[in-house]
Write a protein that binds this ligand. Structure first.
Ligand SMILES: [Mn+2]
Length: 315
């Protein structure tokens, strides 16, 4: 599979690296690591993301400014990273070949080659295995990008498939030149003011259900406007409720700009929230999943989610 993917890359005239809509550090770190490798291999490469603005926190990733919101006229190979389903790419399916590099349990295997390892902590770690299998030299820029994918998806070595291999990979990436301390400072100590204000709102306004085993917060468009928070500022913010000692599942219901809601579910103690997300055609990982809905009836949605949590997870 790794060799087959490298052969497709060798044959390709113009490769398009695609990260998912509303990108995070895993999808961006993965495509930028591959960008570094493919440019060094003298390939013609472009980077595409359907979201217009990249989250500011990742501004230190090498070549992030090369990610464009516009598709090139011609490309014959697409490599997607960290995309569980094809619609996360937000491009049309056409004549091109497609390599799918991912680690989501819910991956729909939409590629011609699917490098999907659900035991990997990050999509970047899957990309790293692929590079190792093909004896590709890892530059310090590439190592930094891959290191970001690991710390991003493990919450700095706190959750999600954390095992010996995760630490070994991290150590190897540090050896290849990733500056672990610098990356930690860049990612952890540059929180936006808006996110900090939003955090204050969440801590003052969340509700508890089922003997405080579920914590739930609704973030309306108005709250976003008042705090100045952008969609990206809400990322993983609901973890703070999951981390309360009694809580097994935390839920964030975020009102979307154009109607409907985005729901984020976080869990701990072996509680699998993908099962709940799937009820709504969503997906994700065991302890971190989500879905979107066009529904406009917030009360009904809230009750429905709570009932599904009770029924499926047996709280
Ligand atoms: Mn990921």
């Amino acid at each position: 599979m790794y060799k087959e993917a490298w052969r497709l890359i060798g044959d390709a005239k113009h490769i398009l690296l695609v990260s998912h809509v509303n990108p995070d550090g895993d999808t961006l770190g993965s495509v930028l690591a591959l960008y570094d490798v493919l440019k060094r291999a003298n390939k013609k490469v472009s980077l595409y993301n359907a979201t217009k603005e990249m989250p500011r926190i990742y501004d230190f990733l090498p070549n992030i400014h090369r990610i464009k919101n516009k598709l090139p006229k011609y490309f014959d190979l697409v490599i997607s990273c960290d995309c569980g389903s094809f619609d996360r790419l937000q491009i049309e399916r056409d004549e091109y070949s497609l390599i799918n590099i991912d680690h989501h349990l819910s991956n729909q295997m939409f590629g011609d080659v699917n490098m999907v390892d659900t035991k990997s902590a990050s999509a970047g770690m899957v990309a790293y295995e692929f590079l190792k299998a093909n004896d590709i030299k890892i530059s310090s820029d590439c190592a930094s990008c891959l290191y970001v994918t690991v710390v991003e998806d493990t919450g700095f070595f706190s959750y999600s498939h954390l095992n010996k291999n995760t630490f070994e990979t991290a150590a190897q990436l540090v050896e290849f030149g990733a500056d672990a301390k610098k990356i930690a400072t860049l990612l952890k100590s540059r929180v936006s003011l808006a996110r900090t204000r939003l955090l204050g709102y969440i801590l003052n306004n969340f509700d508890l259900y089922f003997e405080a085993k579920v914590a739930l917060i609704v973030i309306s468009k108005d709250v976003l406007a008042q705090t100045g928070a952008k969609r990206y500022d809400t990322k993983d913010i609901v973890n703070v409720l999951r981390d309360i000692i009694t809580v097994k599942v935390s839920v964030m219901i975020l009102e979307e700009k154009n109607g409907g809601f985005k729901i984020s579910l976080r869990s701990k103690d072996g509680v699998d929230v993908t099962a709940v997300a799937k009820e709504y055609q969503g997906g994700g990982h065991k302890n971190s999943a989500g879905f979107e809905t066009k529904s406009s009836d917030l009360e009904k949605l809230k009750n429905d989610i709570l009932q599904n949590l009770k029924r499926i997870i047996n709280l």
